[in-house]
Ligand binder design. Structure first.
Ligand code: 3H9
Length: 694
C-alpha cells in the first residue's frame, strides 16, 4: 500500500501529514493509515500533542467520491477515526489550507483545535453531490457554530472564508506566515494539556429555540415534491437532531440518511455530473510533451451583447481586453453595458467599487482593428453573417501576430470554412459562449478539422482560468447543444399546432426540471433570432422537406411577434411576465388547420416531456456515433451548463440510462406509429437500437 500518511516527530509534537494528490481525498488507504498512526501516537510516551496537516494544494477536500459507487464504504469508516480522536488523551490540532470540504471538515471538527491560513475556505458541499455530511458533520458543526450557521452551510453547500470561519468559532485561529511553522508553534504550546473539554461529541448541546424554528421553516420550504432537493431535506432534518437525541443515536441516524441519499438517482446523477465536468476538460490522444501557447491578452471583435459579455468574462479573470467595433456609438453602448453590470454587482454587495473599477479599466475599446494585432487570443463575436465572418477571418490572417489563436463565437456556422479563410487554419477554432456570456458557465469549444492540438489544449486550459466549464464539439450544424435543441423545438411546435398551449408545454417541462420551457426560452432569446436560424438552414438545404417544420416560429416572426422585446411572441408580456395570449393561440390553431393537423385535448404532461426530450436524446446518440462529441458525459455537460437541464437528472445522456434505453425506443416507436414518420423524425439511432441488443 502506498504511503499516503506519514508522521514526523518534532519535539513533543507528532506531525501527521496526509499526501494523497490531487485533493487529499479520504480514501480507504488514507483512513487505514491515518487511524493506525493516530493510535501509534496516542501510545507514544514522547509525544504529547498531535498536528494533522496535508501536503499539496489543499487540506482534505472530502471523502473519495469514487467509493460511493461501492455497496459499502470500505473500512474503516471515517467515524471510526473520529471516535478515536474523541477518545484521545492528547490534544490534536488540524492545520488547514486550500479547501477543507466534506469529510475533510468533519475530520477537522473531530480534532480538538482548528487553525488555518488566511486564504483557506471551508464547506460541507455534500448536498451538491446529492448526499449529506455522513461523518458527524451534521452533529459537530452545530455544536461548534450554532444551529443557524450550521444549517446555512450544510443546506447551501457553499464555502465560508477563513475570516468568516474565525468569526463563527469554526476556527480557533488564523495563522500568519508559513502555516506549517506557525501551526507547529501553536501545537507545541498545547503539549501536555488534556483535550477533554474540546471534544465536540461530548459537549452538552441544546439548540436555541428561535434557531430551531428557523430551521424548521426552511425545512417546510424544502418539502416540495420532485425537483431534486432530497438531500437538502435529509441534511437539514439530520442537523435538526443535534442536541435533540443522544450524540451516538444522531450519528447513526445521520449515517442511515447518508446511505439513503447516496443510493438515489439524484445523487448518482450529481456525482456523474461532477466527474463528467472534469472529464470533459481532457482531450483524448494528445501528443505527449505538448507545449501550450501563452494567453495573457485578449482581443474581441464585435461589441454587441455577446462580445461585451465575453469581454467581461475575461476582465473578471484579470485579462486585459481590447474590444473592437466599427463605430464609436456601438462601443459607447458596450461601455454602458459594462458599467451597468459592474454597478449592479457593487449595489448588490457582490463586488467592491474598487474591484469594479479595476475590472472595467481592463476593457479598452477601439474602432481600429490593428490594435488587435499583438493580442494572444482574438475572438470574433459579430452577428451570424457568414460573409462578414469570412471577411474578418481573412483580415485576422493578415494582421494577427504569428502564433495568436483565432476564435469564432458562431453558434451555427461552419468554422472549418472560417479557418480556411484565415490562411492559418491550425490556429483557428470555435469558442461558443452562451448569453449572458459573463454569467453562463458553458463554453462549447469547436474543434475544426485543422485545429492544432496545442491550440485546442490551450483553450481548454484557458476555459478553467475564466471560470467556464468547457466541452469540445466537432464541426456540425448547431454543434452539440443547438443541434440537439432542434428536435426538441420541433416537437414543441407540433404540440402547439395540436392544441397544447405554450403555458402547458412550458409548465410540463419546467415541472420535470428544465429551468425554462421552450416557449419562454425563445421569447426571451428572440423569436426573430430563432426564426432566422431556421430560414438560413432552409436556404442551405439542411432541413427536411416538410412545410410544417418549425413553421410556428417562422409565422410568429412574420407577424412581428418577436418575443419579450416586442411584448408579444408565444405569449403576451406584462412587463417581463408572460401571459397566455388568445391571439397567439389563434395563430397556432390557424396553422394546425392549414396543415391538416388533428386538434387534440388529450395531451398530457408526460407526452410533452417524452415528445420533446426523446428526439433531443436521440440526436445525442447520433452526435456520439459521428464522433462530434468525445464522450456521452461531454454532451451532458453542455446541457447542464448551457441549457438549464436539471443537475439532479445528470444531463440527457445520463437520463437515458436512468429511464432505460428500451423505454425510450418503445416511446419513439409508438410516436412513429401514431404520428407517421415520413421525414424520419422518429428514426432510432443505430447505437441506441444496438444498446438494446447488447
Ligand atoms: C463527503 O465528504 C462525504 C462525507 O461527509 C461522508 C463520508 C462517509 N473524491 O475539481 P478539480 C478529483 S462527500 C475523488 O479539477 P480544483 C477530480 O475528479 C465529498 N476525487 O480541482 C479531479 O480528478 P481528475 C465532499 C476527487 O482545484 C481532481 O481531483 N467534497 C474529489 O478545481 C482535481 O479536481 C466535495 O464535494 C473527491 N472528493 O478543485 C469536494 N475531489 O484530475 C469535491 C476532487 O482526474 N471537490 N477530485 O479530473 C471539489 O469541489 C474540487 O475538486 C476542489 C478542487 C474544490 C476540491
Amino acid at each position: 500500500m502506498a504511503e499516503l500518511v506519514t508522521v514526523a516527530r518534532k519535539g513533543p509534537v507528532g506531525v501527521v501529514t496526509i499526501n494523497n494528490p490531487p485533493v487529499n481525498a479520504s480514501s480507504q488507504a488514507v483512513r487505514v493509515q491515518l487511524l493506525a498512526l493516530l493510535k501509534e501516537l496516542e501510545q507514544d510516551g514522547n509525544v504529547s500533542a498531535v498536528l494533522i496537516c496535508c501536503a499539496g494544494r489543499t487540506f482534505m477536500a472530502g471523502a473519495d467520491i469514487t467509493e460511493f459507487d461501492l455497496p459499502e464504504l470500505p473500512a474503516p469508516h471515517p467515524n471510526e477515526i473520529h471516535a478515536f480522536l474523541d477518545s484521545m488523551s492528547k490534544p490534536v490540532v488540524a492545520a488547514m489550507h486550500g479547501t477543507t470540504l466534506g469529510a475533510g471538515l468533519e475530520l477537522a471538527l473531530s480534532c480538538h483545535y482548528r487553525v488555518a491560513g488566511s486564504g483557506a475556505r471551508f464547506g460541507l458541499p455534500e448536498v451538491k453531490l446529492g448526499v449529506i455530511p455522513g461523518a458527524g458533520g451534521t452533529q459537530r458543526l452545530p455544536r461548534l457554530i450554532g444551529l443557524q450557521k450550521a444549517v446555512a452551510m450544510i443546506d447551501s453547500g457553499e464555502m465560508v472564508s477563513a475570516a468568516e470561519a474565525l468569526d463563527s468559532g469554526l476556527l480557533d485561529a488564523v495563522l500568519e506566515g508559513d502555516l506549517a511553522d506557525a501551526a507547529l508553534q501553536y501545537t507545541e504550546k498545547l503539549a501536555g494539556t488534556h483535550p477533554g473539554p474540546r471534544v465536540l461529541a461530548y459537549r452538552p448541546y441544546s439548540a436555541d429555540t428561535a434557531q430551531q424554528a428557523a430551521a424548521k421553516e426552511l425545512l417546510a420550504r424544502l418539502h416540495r415534491p420532485g425537483r431534486g432537493g432530497h438531500a437538502r431535506r435529509q441534511a437539514v432534518e439530520a442537523t435538526l437532531q443535534a442536541g435533540q437525541i443522544p450524540f451516538d443515536a444522531a450519528l447513526e441516524d445521520e449515517g442511515r440518511r447518508f446511505v439513503l441519499c447516496r443510493d438515489t438517482d439524484e445523487s448518482r446523477a450529481l456525482r456523474h455530473a461532477f466527474f463528467a465536468e472534469r472529464a470533459a476538460a481532457r482531450i483524448p490522444n494528445l501528443p505527449a510533451n505538448l507545449t501550450l501557447r501563452t494567453i495573457q491578452t485578449v482581443g474581441i471583435i464585435g461589441s454587441g451583447t455577446m462580445g461585451t459579455g465575453i469581454a467581461m468574462s475575461f476582465a473578471n479573470a484579470g485579462f486585459p481586453v481590447v474590444l473592437q467595433d466599427l463605430n464609436e456609438q456601438t462601443l459607447e453602448r458596450a461601455r454602458k453595458q459594462v458599467q451597468t453590470t459592474y454597478n449592479a454587482a457593487v449595489a448588490k454587495g457582490r463586488m467592491s467599487a474598487e474591484e469594479a473599477a479595476r475590472r472595467s479599466a481592463l476593457i479598452q475599446t477601439t474602432v481600429d482593428d490593428t490594435q488587435l494585432a499583438g493580442r494572444d487570443l482574438i475572438i470574433e463575436a459579430v452577428f451570424e453573417d457568414f460573409e462578414i465572418k469570412k471577411a474578418i477571418f481573412r483580415r485576422l490572417g493578415e494582421i494577427a501576430r504569428p502564433g495568436a489563436i483565432l476564435a469564432s463565437n458562431t453558434s451555427s456556422l461552419d468554422v472549418n470554412v472560417l479557418a480556411e479563410c484565415s490562411g492559418r487554419a491550425g490556429d483557428v477554432l470555435g469558442m461558443h459562449f452562451f448569453s449572458p456570456a459573463h454569467i453562463m458557465r458553458l463554453l462549447e469549444v469547436v474543434r475544426c478539422d485543422t485545429t492544432a492540438p496545442e491550440v485546442l489544449a490551450t483553450i481548454m486550459q484557458l476555459a478553467k482560468r475564466i471560470n467556464k466549464v468547457a466541452a469540445v464539439s466537432g464541426v456540425c450544424f448547431g454543434f452539440i447543444g443547438n443541434r440537439m435543441l432542434e428536435g426538441y423545438l420541433r416537437e414543441a411546435e407540433f404540440l402547439l399546432m395540436e392544441g397544447a398551449t405554450p403555458a402547458f408545454i412550458d409548465q410540463s417541462l419546467e415541472e420535470w426540471g428544465l429551468a425554462m420551457g421552450p416557449c419562454r426560452m425563445i421569447d426571451m432569446a428572440g423569436v426573430d433570432v430563432a426564426a432566422k436560424v431556421v430560414i438560413e438552414q432552409r436556404k442551405a438545404g439542411n432541413l427536411p422537406d416538410d412545410d410544417t417544420y418549425r413553421i410556428v416560429v417562422q409565422t410568429l416572426f412574420e407577424r412581428g411577434r418577436h418575443g419579450q422585446k416586442t411584448g408579444q411572441g408565444y405569449y403576451r408580456y406584462e412587463g417581463r411576465k408572460p401571459v397566455e395570449d388568445e391571439s397567439a393561440l389563434e395563430i397556432f390553431r390557424e396553422l394546425g388547420q392549414k396543415y391538416g393537423v388533428k386538434q387534440r385535448n388529450d395531451i398530457t404532461a408526460q407526452e410533452v416531456v417524452e415528445r420533446c426530450l426523446y428526439p433531443l436524446i436521440a440526436e445525442g446518440y447520433r452526435i456520439l456515433e459521428e464522433g462530434i462529441a468525445y464522450r456521452a458525459g461531454d454532451i451532458d455537460v453542455v446541457w447542464l451548463h448551457g441549457y438549464g437541464f436539471p443537475a439532479y437528472r445528470g444531463g440527457p445522456m445520463f437520463h437515458a440510462q436512468t429511464v432505460g434505453e428500451h423505454k425510450i425506443v418503445a416511446a419513439m416507436e409508438r410516436f412513429a406509429a401514431e404520428r407517421g414518420n415520413p421525414y424520419g423524425y422518429w428514426d432510432i439511432p443505430q447505437s441506441l437500437a444496438k444498446a438494446l441488443t447488447a
